[in-house]
Design a protein around this ligand. Structure first.
Ligand SMILES: [Mn+2]
Length: 243
């Protein structure tokens, strides 16, 4: 009896005695609703968990509607803006069809009025002081404070030129990834640059876009345990969708 009382009092005052609540980052979903369902089931999500979606929830994959319906039901979540959501938002604001990609039309056709407000509320970055970690869709230009960088950079960066400009990754381009050059703190958790079935581990960064839509896997990163949890893609949707 006394021991139980002691344990309860002790747990109230000693940090770390009680398990900290989980912060769970989830990589680019890109319309893969079945895999999102699989991942949330595998993670055994409770109301205590704080989810952080790294952006690009929609487009390219088979079921953007299903993904939006699923995430609208999640209470404790932070949604980061991806380059795909930003392009859709820019189109919604300006009506300029020239900025659209072919797969945007299929997503636009399934959007409901409330989705626009949901997209507008997405944030560019999410910083967790306790773990000196910042979550972002694509990444940051090395050598510049992370919280002083333009949206175009942090939603699109992959490679960095010697002049310090951002470049899209493509075959034959021998330039470093931004994450190879990034010196923390903070530690950066990001998506946008898919690597099939593998997380991209840097000294000060972790990339968790494991190319689900291209037949890889959908990945979550959990703090404070630093666990990686993945589920395999049911199909390589991208090839089908590009036809
Ligand atoms: Mn992206």
């Amino acid at each position: 009896m006394y021991f139980i009382l002691f344990a309860i009092v002790f747990s109230e005052y000693v940090p770390g005695f009680v398990e900290s609540k989980r912060i769970i980052a989830i990589g680019d979903v890109h319309g893969c609703s079945e895999e999102l369902h699989d991942l949330l089931t595998k993670l055994d999500i409770t109301e205590e968990d704080q989810l952080v979606f790294l952006g690009d929830l929609v487009n390219r994959g088979p079921d953007s509607r299903g993904v939006l319906d699923c995430v609208h039901k999640i209470r404790n979540a932070t949604f980061l803006l991806g380059n795909h959501e930003l392009r859709l938002l820019n189109f919604h604001k300006t009506g300029d069809r020239s900025i659209l990609k072919p797969y945007d039309y299929r997503t636009l056709a399934c959007l409901k009025e409330g989705d626009w407000e949901f997209f507008r509320r997405m944030v560019p970055t999410y910083y967790v002081k306790e773990y000196e970690t910042v979550f972002v869709h694509a990444g940051f230009l090395p050598g510049i404070p992370w919280n002083e960088q333009p949206l175009d950079v942090i939603l699109n960066i992959q490679l960095v030129t010697p002049e310090g400009k951002i470049k899209k990754r493509s075959k034959g381009l021998d330039l470093p990834l931004w994450s190879d050059l990034w010196q923390g703190p903070p530690f950066v958790v990001y998506g946008h640059t898919p690597v099939k079935n593998e997380v991209e581990r840097g000294t000060w960064s972790l990339g968790i876009d494991t190319a689900c839509v291209d037949g890889g896997s959908l990945t979550a990163y959990i703090l404070p345990s630093k666990e990686i949890v993945s589920v395999p893609a049911h199909e390589a949707y991208l090839k089908r969708c590009l036809k």
